[in-house]
Write a protein that binds this ligand. Structure first.
Ligand SMILES: Cc1cc2nc3c(=O)[nH]c(=O)nc-3n(C[C@H](O)[C@H](O)[C@H](O)COP(=O)(O)O)c2cc1C
Length: 189
């Protein structure tokens, strides 16, 4: 460690191991997709399923969701670990992530990838701008579950990457964190 590096307190979340989700969206003929981990169910009411998701305002995919109010969340399966760098390292602004993968179009024309543990078609009902993240609350319109596959989790997903891609993913995480320090809103009550 150099003298200029800051030491942060340990995080309780370093002990967790989040599932990996792929979020896809479409707006005005443009497709997008990104990896997300901050995805949560948001109600116990079985006939009114609802979820929350936290997305960076800097992400191309977020812009599509802001425009269309819709997205699809896929819970990735262990076999889909190669989708992590494709959808989590690069932006659709710089590369067409859908050029070399097979996908269909689900409801509202949103890209739907085969091989996941399941997917949910969502429409946004509320949002909160936190600066570095937009918190979306979304109702689930329809969903499909494949119980024969195991969800991909973050630790395993990183362990399965080639070392150079793992290094790039970790570096992006660090750089995004520095960028987000300038975006985060200080909320007071
Ligand atoms: C393991 C992992 C988890 C991530 N979780 C989130 C997340 O919850 N929310 C988010 O906005 N970005 C998250 N990202 C970052 C986006 O996937 C990444 O910035 C992506 O390149 C954005 O692509 P886009 O600009 O094409 O939308 C995550 C990335 C990785 C590798």
């Amino acid at each position: 460690m150099t003298a200029t590096e800051t030491v942060y307190p340990a995080s309780i979340f370093s002990l967790t191991d989040h599932e990996i989700y792929l979020v896809t969206a479409q707006n005005e003929g443009q497709d997008g997709g990104q990896i997300a981990t901050w995805v949560m169910p948001a109600t116990l009411v079985p006939d009114h399923p609802r979820m929350t998701i936290l997305l960076s305002p800097m992400n191309f995919t977020q812009g599509l969701i802001a425009g269309s109010g819709r997205f699809v969340v896929h819970l990735l399966s262990e076999e889909q670990h190669e989708l992590l760098p494709l959808f989590g390292l690069y932006s659709m602004r710089d590369r067409d992530k859908f050029a070399d993968i097979s996908f269909e179009r689900g409801e509202h024309g949103i890209p739907l990838l085969p091989g996941s543990c399941g997917w949910a078609v969502c429409h946004v009902v509320a949002s909160l701008d936190l600066g570095d993240r937009i918190l979306y609350v979304a109702d689930i319109e329809s969903q499909e579950v494949a119980t024969n596959r195991r969800p991909l989790r973050k630790r395993e997903a990183f362990a399965l990457q080639p070392p150079e891609l793992r290094r790039l993913l970790e570096e992006k995480h660090r750089v995004d964190g520095l960028r987000d320090r300038t975006l985060i809103k200080h909320i007071t009550h």
